[in-house]
Ligand binder design. Structure first.
Ligand code: GTP
Length: 488
């Protein structure tokens, strides 16, 4: 009888659980998303560009200095006059270059004469450059620069230590009429710039590197372990074209499941892009941990809430069930519960196809109306309770007792034929006769009449009761205080 109620309760609890967990999940997730988004925006719009600006302005000094020094050399009247004076004193140029190295702390300075193709460095006059030699191509490349470009930058191996890279600034030298007369410039060590990049990476907790206009990574710190062209780098690859066609911007991409925020900025003097990347901001982790904590709290609150709900609903349900199935006056089963019990019994009997007999007895208090009329309704109630108590003590565990209404009781007796039932009811009526209600020094004798019938085939409760009622009528007719069974 409980199962349909339990099912409804279980369904309701599952529904509440889903709603509650859904609500917690939705609230926690949306607030996490809002916080994450605003943190990302803050990083993307403020923090990252600010870092980028700082790195740019600091690194720019170191990168622009060689251009500045080269420009000084190219416009120096000494250099131009010396060339125009047919390079008479090579030592003068050598001294000049070594002075440049000493004053500006460059690693290498040079001059190449267009007229003689001679290559000067701070120590000596090296051999001449030739268009036919591959390693001299940088010179002819610089020489053929468009008129509006005064220099070009070259990153290549250190001529003395081939394991290291140097940045060379090659500046065009022109005479007073603007004719090309040579190339001068200096070289600085990439290692120095790399050290700077690493310093900034540690200071700002960012990944910093430079790419040229083709997407090739030209400068990076030691921890950089990725494809040397960003076009081949997963995540950022598809963004490369848009990155390299604007002077700077903010981008987002995913790399190995992690979000990367990127700020780019063009260094026009080098035609390089400064790339500043932010991965795993510490606050992102804090936000994620907060999300997990919120979900944990949500789940715990849900569990406690649902447990209380389960117990409360269970308590109410049990009370309601008890109220709906029990007779208030006697505490025995009421009519509705009995009908349901009979239906279940019938179903079980049908499925088991058991041949065991089942009997039903109707017990009616004799002359109950006069008891009510003489002693009052309250005493009448006590008589009903008294009779219910006696019947209950005489039942087996498998019997079911019901107060059908007024002064009438039903007893359903499985594994009991009409003859056995009749005998049991006769014993019961004798017992009731010998057990008057005694109270306030008054003795109220009570007797009952019983009608018994055995269940036949698939008949319903009404048909069975009808036959038992006929038997009861006979008992009443034959003088009451007795039991009769239905006879065909
Ligand atoms: N005190 C009390 N009386 C009730 C209750 N329910 C019904 N009654 C009364 O029980 C009486 C039933 O009387 P009947 O069964 O008609 O007649 P009876 O006096 O028992 O006569 P027989 O059954 O022929 O012996 C009526 O007077 C009802 O008012 C109840 O809950 N408490």
């Amino acid at each position: 009888m409980n199962s349909p109620y339990r099912l409804t309760k279980t369904r309701a609890i599952i529904l509440f659980t889903l709603m509650l967990l859904g609500a917690f999940l939705l609230i926690s997730w949306s607030s996490y998303e809002v916080a994450r988004q605003s943190l990302n925006n803050e990083i993307e719009e403020n923090t990252l560009p600010l870092t980028s600006d700082n790195v740019y302005s600091e690194i720019q000094q170191d990168l622009l200095r060689p251009i500045f020094v080269s420009s000084l050399m190219a416009h120096d009247t000494f250099v131009r006059d010396w060339v125009l004076d047919h390079e008479k004193d090579p030592n003068a140029m050598i001294r000049y270059l070594s002075e440049i190295d000493r004053r500006f702390d460059t690693i290498f300075s040079f001059f190449v004469s267009d007229k003689t193709d001679r290559y000067y460095d701070p120590k000596r006059v090296l051999e001449t450059v030739s268009e036919k030699v591959r390693r001299d191509q940088w010179y002819f490349q610089a020489k053929s620069l468009p008129a509006d470009k005064s220099y070009f930058i070259d990153v290549r191996l250190d001529p003395e230590d081939h394991a290291r890279l140097d940045i060379f600034v090659n500046y065009k030298v022109q005479d007073y009429q603007g004719n090309f007369i040579g190339l001068t410039g200096i070289g600085i060590s990439v290692e120095k710039i790399k050290a700077l990049i690493e310093k900034y990476e540690q200071r700002y907790n960012r990944v910093i590197y430079f790419v040229d206009k083709s997407g090739q990574v030209v400068l990076h710190g030691q921890s950089f372990k990725r494809a040397m062209n960003i076009r081949q780098q997963p995540g950022i690859g598809p963004l490369t074209t848009s990155i390299l066609t604007v002077p700077g911007g903010s981008y987002q991409y995913r790399d190995q499941g992690r979000q990367v925020l990127l700020n780019t900025r063009l260094l026009p003097e080098f035609d390089w892009y400064l790339m500043v990347e932010q991965r795993d901001h510490p606050l992102q982790r804090v936000l994620y941990m907060t999300l997990l904590k919120n979900l944990g709290i949500g789940a715990a609150v849900s569990v406690v809430f649902l447990l209380l709900l389960w117990l409360t609903i269970g308590g109410y349900q049990r009370r309601l069930e008890h109220m709906a199935t029990t007779d208030k006056l006697t505490g025995v089963m009421n009519r509705q519960a009995f009908e349901l019990r009979f239906l279940l019994f019938q179903r079980r009997r049908g499925s088991l196809l058991t041949g065991t007999p089942v009997a039903l007895a109707i017990i009616d208090i004799d002359h109950f109306k006069p008891i009510n009329d003489y002693h009052g309704h309250g005493i009448g109630d006590r008589v009903i309770q008294h009779i219910a108590g006696i019947i209950q003590t005489s039942l087996r565990r498998t019997d079911s007792l019901c107060r059908w209404g007024g002064d009438e009781f039903l007893v359903l007796m499985p594994d009991c034929d009409s003859v056995q039932a009749l005998a049991r009811m006769a014993t019961l009526s004798a017992l009731i006769e010998q057990s008057p209600l005694i109270f306030d020094n008054k003795t109220i004798p009570v007797t009952v009449s019983c009608g018994v019938a055995e269940h036949q085939g698939k008949e319903g409760v009404d048909a069975l009761m009808n036959r038992a009622d006929i038997a009861l009528y006979q008992a009443k007719q034959r003088g009451r205080n007795r039991a009769e069974k239905w006879e065909d």
